[in-house]
Design a protein around this ligand. Sequence first.
Ligand SMILES: C[S@@+](CC[C@H](N)C(=O)[O-])C[C@H]1O[C@@H](n2cnc3c(N)ncnc32)[C@H](O)[C@@H]1O
Length: 282
Amino acid sequence: MTEERKLTNAQFIELQDFIYKKSGMFFPLSRKNYIEQKVLKRIETLDYKNFSDYLTILKKELLQAEILNLFNEITVNETFFFRDQPQLEALETHIIPRLAANGRKSIAILSAGCSSGEEPYTLAMILREKFPHLPFTICGIDISDQVIAKAGRAEYTRSAVRRVPPAYLTKYFIEMENGNLKFRDEYKSGVSFKKMNLMELGASPGLKFTRFDVVFCRYVLIYFDRDSKQRVIDAFHEKIADNGYLILGNSESLSSALGNFKILHFPSAIIYHRSSAMEVLT
Ligand SMILES: C[S@@+](CC[C@H](N)C(=O)[O-])C[C@H]1O[C@@H](n2cnc3c(N)ncnc32)[C@H](O)[C@@H]1O
C-alpha cells in the first residue's frame, strides 16, 4: 500500500467528524486502524486511488448511496437471540404484567438498533408464549439497510440461535437445506423493520404519532459520544408513553443522561421507567 492509501490523522479527523454528524457514532483516535481498514474496503470497491478522493466525494455528498455503504461497513452488528436473559426476565415478570395492570390492551415495542432482527424476534416469541392474549407490535429500526434486509429474510446461523430454548427452536424455526434456521413466516406478524437513523428519531414522519410502551436500545449508544447519547435519550423520552420503559445494554451506564427516567433495579438488570403520577402501583 502506498503512503497515499494510508489515512492521515487530519483525514481521520475529517471522517470522524462526518460520521459523527451523520450518525451520532464517535470513533476515537484509538479506532483509527479500524476505520482505515473499513474505508479502504470502500475505496477498493469503488476503484478510487486514495483517501482524499473518497473524502471529497463523501463530504460533498456527491454519491448519496455511499454514505449508507459507509455505515454498512463501519457499524458493529453483533447480536444473537435471547441476549441478556435477566432483562428478558424483567420484561416477562415485571414490565408486561405492570403495563397490563395499568390498562394497556396492546403493547408497542421499539427495538432501536435492531441489527439483523434477533432482538425483535426474541421479543415476539416471549410475548406470544407468555402473554398469548395480549396483541403486540414490535418495530425494529437500524441505520444499516443491509441488516434490515437480513432481518426481513430472517435466516440465521446455528450460532445466532444458540440460546433459543429448544422448545422455541422447534416451534418458531424451520431448518433450511444449508443448515441455517429460518424464523417461520407465520410468527412474523406484528414485527416490522425500517431503516432509520436514531439521530433522526425525533423528526421521523413514520413514527411521528407513535408512542412505545417499551424501547430496547441495547449496545448501540456505546458508540455515541455524550451529546449524541443525550439527544437520543431525550428523543426516547418523547417517544415512550407514560409509565413506559427504556432498556439499555446491561453494561451501559448513562446515568447523567437519564435524568427524566426513574431507575428500577432487578436481579442482574437495570431498567429505566418513564414515570407518571397516574400509575397504578402493584
Ligand atoms: C451491536 S448491534 C446491537 C444489536 C441489538 N440491539 C442487540 O443488543 O443485540 C448495534 C446496532 O446499532 C446500529 N446503529 C448504530 N448507529 C445507529 C444509528 N445512528 N441509528 C440506528 N441504528 C444504529 C448498528 O447498525 C448495529 O446494527
